[in-house]
Design a protein around this ligand. Sequence first.
Ligand code: NAD
Length: 338
Amino acid sequence: MGVSHRNKIVISEPHPLINEEIDLLSKYGDVVLVNTTKEDVLTEAVRDADLLIVDFARVTKNMIENAQRLKGIIRHGIGVDNIDLEAATRRGIVVANIPDYSTKTVADHTWALILALTRKIVIADKYVRDKLYVGRWENPPEYLKGLELEGKVLGIIGFGRIGREVAKRAQGFGLKVLAYSRHISEEIAREFGAVPANLETILRESDIITLHVPLTKETYHLINEDRIRLMRKKPYIINTSRGAVIDEKALYKALKEGLIAGAALDVFEIEPPPEDNPLFKLDNVIFTPHIAWYSEEALRRLVMTAVEEAARILSGELPKNLVNKDVIQTLRFKKEGA
Ligand code: NAD
């Protein structure tokens, strides 16, 4: 018998609980934190790895094809749009995500953005700090006038885990909630206080639109110039899903022309966004740096679940949250061929 093989676990990017995660993973192999999103550096590190854990780094076809021993890829999060799933499936590499670590935190953040946007919190804060009131509080300027939520229509696009939690929170504010998703039943919608609607109805009737779909070929630029033209009520738009679900150029134009009252963006087409992103010049947009998921509770859940999935994959089991289900075929084929 040869020397027994010690697993190599590569983590691409750090986070505030990284030391804890490395400690827990060390039980299953040697952990290497490469601290990069650079494709060439990561490709080199993954070449002889058994497991890869990634946040936002792109896991490309080339990287996957160069990996000699890779059994699995764990995405530290929900969206897997940064991973070439087809390439992984073809090589018999399982891909797992962590679907519900941050559902409630993202829903809370979405609401923080809805309230900040409709109550003008960010520009009001600036008004106070910059002492724009010049000695008087009465007659606040028109641009600080907000929206009362009760009775308004909230359109939720993507009625999965996060969309439903957002709907639940809307009840307290007395909003009417319309929900659109690829598959949505009257029953589920009702359970979360929403009414199912098609996309056009949501665009036409909503005062506030919030996006909670994954980024896929179908949802890429789902909000584009044509769809913005269907929006009758000059709505507020909130995006905590993925940047490219909105065509940013079309959004900029619509915000400038007043077709959309305001936008709150946690995510961008390019992350981090280039410094000269024209949206930064607009007063009716507020931003957060892809932190909708970020809370102590969510982070801890993320790490614990990632470690459990790592243990499963390295011991030859399927992960609980297998994303590329077709890989089972490839694995069966490999086994039979072995
Ligand atoms: P989910 O899978 O539970 O829900 C997604 C919903 O979108 C599903 O109901 C699905 O049917 C629907 N959908 C998919 N494609 C569609 C299409 N073409 N048209 C209409 N509906 C479609 O996912 P979730 O947990 O609610 O998360 C949603 C997204 O939020 C994730 O994919 C991720 O990209 C993003 N996210 C962002 C953060 C952040 O920090 N900003 C954190 C977590 C998740």
